[in-house]
Design a protein around this ligand. Structure first.
Ligand SMILES: [Zn+2]
Length: 161
């Protein structure tokens, strides 16, 4: 007896350069790059910047904040989205741009914990978030919704009675 296969199709839009993005998304990526340079990453030397565009047009930026006690640090994405959630709890997140210093072939993507945090904000406002992931000079990957990066995610529906 063979198992039924459930397959996920991952759909990512890939651009060779950020210049192919709409002007507002290029600006968001530039804001992520600007804040990236101010990251506190003395241990990894891997600086990451994130810019969160809210539905009301406001942009919140964040960068990674490391700590000598490593787990006490925080990723750029969560620094930005938690601030957005704290300061603008009723406003949905429209787009998140993430960039890093490394000029890798594949752009930086949010870690598992950040993917879960992004999923929570999608569920909180019942709205998919567009992700723009890039290196400063390299390719840009875009997804519409976190499910592309986090299939079979844990969600609040498991906690409801
Ligand atoms: Zn992360």
């Amino acid at each position: 007896m063979s198992a039924e296969k459930l397959q996920y199709i991952v759909s990512v839009d890939v651009y060779n350069t950020a210049k192919q993005l709409p002007a507002d998304e290029q600006t968001l990526l530039q804001q992520a790059t600007k804040i990236m340079h101010a990251a506190y990453a003395p241990y990894s030397n891997f600086k990451v910047g994130a810019a969160v565009l809210l539905e009301n047009g406001k942009v919140i930026t964040g960068n990674n904040q490391e700590n000598a006690a490593y787990p006490s640090g925080m990723c750029a994405e969560r620094v930005a989205i938690f601030y957005a959630g704290a300061q603008h709890p009723d406003i949905a997140i429209k787009t998140i741009a993430v960039t890093c210093e490394a000029e890798a072939e594949q752009p930086v993507t949010p870690c598992g914990a950040c993917r879960q945090a992004i999923a929570e904000y999608e569920q909180r406002h019942n709205k998919k978030i567009k992700l723009i992931m890039a290196t400063p000079t390299g390719k840009v990957f875009c997804t519409n919704g976190i499910e592309t990066l986090l299939p079979f995610m844990f969600s609040s529906k498991y906690l409801k009675k």
